[in-house]
Structure formats: structure tokens, C-alpha cells
Design a protein around this ligand. Structure first.
Ligand SMILES: [Fe+2]
Ligand SMILES: [Fe+2]
Length: 385
């Protein structure tokens, strides 16, 4: 398969049968089967999956508007990318079971993650499964409404961690050279600022913005010394929050330009699960042990002490509920809200943030072109309600 731009300008990754040359056994193969099987089955009207989709389509509300399809396609791509990164976290730090059997786990990494919460492996597993369900559902829904699903398998070109526990397969995302923006931490603790009103926010962990850091062990060499693997687990802990706050904003931002009530329902039903993830991770990251990584000098400060230029309320770890802040216009009383939710350029903003995060380091120019086309099409959608 290949990704391409449609002549209509309504660009998307091609949803036809994907190459499985990089696909391992296990649930990724199952996912590929689902994505391909839906495409083939729906087209040919054959097979149990195809019949299910066809029946669903008969009951649906007809074809999507171009804008709704573009929004759903961008969200599907975002969820595929989320799944890819969470899958890497799960292989090394999550629970391997019948639901997500891939990977073998890395005991030293899991032990370091457990400093944040003894249930971290369960939460990583469940977040991974949620993302898998998000893109699988959105793709099936797109097809049921006569639109093409998204398949990014063509772009699985990045290497896996060499650490014991990781599968050796090609990836879409890179968790080994991250530059994590932790300004979400102070953004959700501010009573006076809102990114939608032009405000900016200092990072809680400034060191994470000043380099390229692994959030998973790159090899078994990274498993010691103890403060180094703990720094890697801490980086993961803050990265979990970064990823999920992005989804928390993306869904309400795009929902404002959806036309069909059922598509709106899809966005309003998936989006808050990202918020549930974010809330969990923002609680757990607060337990990351303060330390300095002896191998590279990365500092995780004690957030329960006032940091330079900040007041304690900007970073205190138990302040995990969204602080009421200004919304729409500073003339209104403060209100507890998701922030940002500005709809202008929201999809491209997400691409930019994930790119600056280092998540796509090593990806091909064609990957960025396709992702930006998906974002551009989503951002061009206008509501017909
Ligand atoms: Fe998701
Ligand atoms: Fe998510």
C-alpha cells in the first residue's frame, strides 16, 4: 500500500490493504486484519467483518460531509500514532496478557515506573488498549459512512528499543529522543492565564525541554545506574501527561466544526476518555522522585518546593484538579475548563506539538507531508449545523 493525496484535496492516507512485511504476530496483525478486512470486506460484501460493516452502513445516516470525514480521518491518524507509542510503553512497562500479548516487560523499568504508582503497569496496559480501540472504531465508523479509513503502516520505518522485553519491529513513533514540554503542568494550575487568550506557561521540568531524552530504555545498557533508569521512568511519567493532555484538547477543539450529530457524539464520547487518562497521569507524574540523572545531568525538581520564578501553587503535586481560569474573555468569572480549546488550526497545532516533542524523529518527509495534509483537511472543515 502507499499513502497518497486525493485529487480533491481532501487528503488522507490510503486505507486499502497495507503491507504487513513489518508486522509481527499478535495483536498488531489482528489490527491490520481488521483495517484491511474492513476495507476488503466492505468493498466485496464478503466475509463476516464485511457483512457486519455493511449492515451497520445500512442503518447509518448516509455519507459524511467532506469536513466530518476529514476530522475523523485526522483523529484516526492521531489515534494510530498514539497506539504505536503506547504499544512501545506497554511492551516494556505494561502488563502482558491475553488482551495485549506483545512484549516481555523490562523488570528494572517496571520497578522504576512503580515508584510513581504500584499500578503503573496496569494503567499503561489499559491506556494502550484504549488507543487501539479508538482508531479501530473510528476507522470502522468512517467505512460505515462511506469514507476511507486511515492506514499508516507504510510509515512503520523507525527502530525498536533494543532492551530486553521490546519486540523487534518497525515503529511509527520514537520514544528514545524526546523533548518533553511539561508546560501543561503549570497551565492547568493557573488561575489567570489561558493559552486561548495568548498566554504561555513555564515547564514544570525545564530540563526535559533542553535535550533529547529516552522515555523507554534504549537497550539494557540504560537499566543502570538506578538513577538513570528512574530518570527514564520519570520522563515517561511526564510524557504520558503530555500526550493525553493533547488528546484532551484536540477532541473539543475539533468537535466545534463537526456537522453531523452522530459524528459529534463520537467525538464527545471518545474525547473525555483522553481527559480521564490525562487526569490519571498528572496525578502519577507528581510521584516521580526528584533526582539528577548522573549520565546526562537531567534534573527532576521537587515540585512540592517553590521553583525559580514560580510560586508553589504552580507546581504542587496534589493540585491535579483543573484550576478555574479565564475563558473566552477576561471579563467573565474564572471557570474550571479544558485548555486550550481554540478550534482554529487545532489539528495542525497537534502535529506541531507532537513533532516538537521528538515523537517523529527519524520519520520520512513523506510521513510529515501526509500527516500535515490530514491536519490541513481537518482544519479546513466547517460545521453545517
Ligand atoms: Fe486516544
Ligand atoms: Fe490518548
Amino acid at each position: 500500500m502507499h499513502a497518497r493525496t486525493q485529487p480533491s484535496g481532501d487528503a488522507h492516507a490510503d486505507g486499502t490493504i497495507g503491507s504487513t512485511t513489518n508486522e509481527p504476530v499478535g495483536w498488531v496483525s489482528r489490527r491490520s486484519f481488521l483495517a484491511s478486512g474492513l476495507a476488503v470486506g466492505a468493498a466485496a460484501g464478503l466475509g463476516p467483518v464485511g457483512r457486519t460493516v455493511a449492515a451497520f452502513a445500512d442503518e447509518g445516516g448516509g455519507e459524511l460531509t467532506r469536513g466530518d470525514a476529514a476530522i475523523l480521518r485526522f483523529l484516526s491518524a492521531a489515534e494510530i500514532l498514539e497506539t504505536d507509542l503506547w504499544q512501545q510503553y506497554n511492551e516494556l512497562g505494561g502488563i502482558q496478557d491475553g488482551e495485549l500479548p506483545q512484549g516481555g516487560g523490562s523488570k528494572p523499568y517496571i520497578e522504576a515506573l512503580e515508584k510513581l504508582d504500584e499500578d503503573m503497569s496496569q494503567y499503561i496496559h489499559d491506556n494502550t488498549e484504549d488507543e487501539l480501540s479508538h482508531f479501530t472504531f473510528i476507522n470502522a465508523y468512517l467505512e460505515s459512512r462511506g469514507a476511507e479509513p486511515v492506514n499508516l503502516d507504510h510509515f512503520r520505518t523507525l527502530p525498536s528499543s533494543k532492551a530486553t522485553g521490546a519486540r523487534q519491529v518497525k515503529r511509527l513513533t520514537n520514544l528514545m529522543e524526546l523533548t518533553v514540554d511539561t508546560s501543561y503542568w503549570t497551565r492547568y494550575r493557573s488561575r489567570t492565564k489561558n493559552p486561548d487568550l495568548g498566554d504561555s506557561f513555564p515547564p514544570a521540568v525545564p530540563g526535559l525541554t533542553k535535550g533529547k531524552f529516552p522515555a523507554i530504555p534504549r537497550s539494557d545498557e540504560d537499566l543502570k545506574p538506578e538513577k538513570h533508569i528512574q530518570a527514564i521512568a520519570n520522563t515517561a511519567g511526564f510524557h504520558f501527561g503530555f500526550i493525553e493532555q493533547g488528546g484532551t484538547s484536540l477532541y473539543p477543539s475539533l468537535a466545534q466544526r463537526v456537522s453531523d450529530p452522530e459524528v459529534l457524539r463520537v467525538l464527545l464520547s471518545i474525547g473525555p476518555t483522553e481527559t480521564m487518562h490525562f487526569q490519571t497521569w498528572s496525578d502519577k507524574a507528581g510521584n516521580a522522585p526528584p533526582l539528577t540523572d548522573p549520565t546526562n545531568g537531567l534534573v527532576f525538581p521537587n515540585l512540592n518546593e517553590a521553583q525559580p520564578g514560580l510560586v508553589l501553587e504552580d507546581t504542587k503535586t496534589n493540585l491535579i484538579m483543573p484550576e478555574p481560569t479565564v475563558f473566552l474573555n477576561r471579563k467573565f468569572p474564572v471557570v474550571s475548563i479544558i485548555r486550550p480549546t481554540n478550534t482554529e488550526g487545532a489539528a495542525m497545532g497537534a502535529v506541531k506539538a507532537l513533532t516538537e516533542d521528538g515523537l517523529f524523529r527519524g520519520q520520512t518527509p513523506e510521513f510529515f507531508r501526509v500527516l500535515k495534509e490530514l491536519a490541513r483537511a481537518a482544519d479546513a472543515a466547517t460545521s453545517r449545523r
